[in-house]
Design a protein around this ligand. Structure first.
Ligand SMILES: Nc1ncnc2c1ncn2[C@@H]1O[C@H](COP(=O)(O)OP(=O)(O)OP(=O)(O)O)[C@@H](O)[C@H]1O
Ligand SMILES: [Mg+2]
Length: 321
């Protein structure tokens, strides 16, 4: 099987990391002074947190030390604190720590670690020797308990801007010697960016999938939208037109006919077209607040179809004919 491009093109040095200038410049300073604090990297998915953590660890460790001096744990490994204690204890004791040689613990998805386990982790972090550095990775820092935050230097990773994502995609296109029909190239990259929502991993994966499915030759953008769980342009346009007519039943019919439904993508697409509908500015604000609630409910496991139906009905209610 082909190696995923997100791995092939994972940044190997600080200079390969796109954007994130504030975080990277500060990190470079810590690295230069060989004075590492415990760290938290927080920010949206696919913005370079894991890549940066690995770059730091590899900066201090030789290839042959990676097995013994780098421990990567996932939130699902940390559900039971006795397991965490054992793993960490083994890690610390494994091979005597030579003078000054650092060890790194990378805790991925730290915001999914239960609060009680975080409390125990905090004591472990306090007690470990100076040679062990924790790097916690998370999307939502408000889910990390304060006592941990206050023991770490926090670095914020931001969503990548459109031109940076497109530049990186073009770089990969060149490296992989891909042929993209020039008349559709701009539209193609714009859509890859739209699909990614600022997540470079998603952008790269979508590009690779389009290649694997041989969609590049004729470059059918609608097919790429569909396989990524978005409405193609035709369906989106018919949806807009029935919404404008305040025709709830037809809007629901269109919605029910979607084969691959990703409700959160659907919400993103709908949000983007709202300004083109005839809705009072104050109601547009109300709608956006409501959309935020719906998105949250779905993320918490509420019934997607029910939530989207309610959303369509609410949009129709606000539309002026
Ligand atoms: N800032 C960036 N610069 C260059 N490449 C990046 C950047 N962010 C993401 N990528 C690309 O996306 C892939 C995923 O990045 P990474 O694993 O570092 O994201 P992450 O922030 O840890 O995401 P998650 O929160 O989902 O774990 C990388 O292999 C790389 O190809
Ligand atoms: Mg990550």
């Amino acid at each position: 099987m082909e190696i995923p491009w997100v791995e092939t093109y994972r940044p190997k040095t600080f200079n390969d990391i796109v954007s994130q200038n504030i975080a990277i410049n500060n990190l470079k300073e810590f690295v230069r002074n060989r004075n590492m604090p415990h760290m938290i990297f927080t920010g949206p998915a696919g913005t370079g947190k894991t890549s940066t953590a690995l770059i730091i660890a590899k900066h201090f460790l030789k290839e042959e030390e990676l097995d013994t001096n780098l421990l990567e744990l996932n939130a699902s490994d940390t559900v039971r604190i006795d397991f965490v204690r054992n793993v960490l204890k083994n890690f610390v004791n494994q091979s005597l720590i030579k003078n000054g040689s650092l060890k790194f613990v990378i805790l991925d998805e730290a915001d999914n670690i239960p609060g009680t386990v975080q409390q125990a982790l905090r004591r472990i972090i306090e007690k470990t020797s100076n040679n062990i550095k924790f790097i916690l990775l998370c999307n939502y820092i408000n889910r990390i308990i304060d006592p941990i935050i206050s023991r770490c230097a926090v670095f914020r990773f931001v969503s990548l801007p459109k031109e940076k994502i497109i530049d990186r995609l073009k770089y990969i296109v060149t490296k992989e010697k891909l042929k993209i029909p020039s008349d559709k190239s701009e539209q193609f990259f714009n859509h890859l960016f739209f699909i990614s929502g600022g997540d470079l991993r998603k952008a790269i994966n979508t590009l690779q999938m389009a290649v694997a499915l041989e969609l590049l030759e004729n470059l059918d953008i609608n097919e790429i939208l569909r396989i990524s769980g978005f409405l193609d342009e035709k369906t989106l346009n018919s949806l807009i037109s029935v919404l404008k007519k305040k025709d709830f039943m037809s809007s629901k019919e269109i919605f029910d006919s979607i084969e691959i439904l990703d409700s959160r993508n659907f919400i993103r697409q709908i949000s983007e077209v709202l300004p083109s509908l005839k809705i009072e500015p104050i109601n547009l604000v109300n709608l956006k607040t409501y959309i935020g609630e719906i998105d949250y409910r779905i993320s918490q496991g509420a019934d997607e179809k029910m939530q989207i139906s309610a959303l369509l009905a609410t949009i129709i209610e606000y539309i002026q004919i």
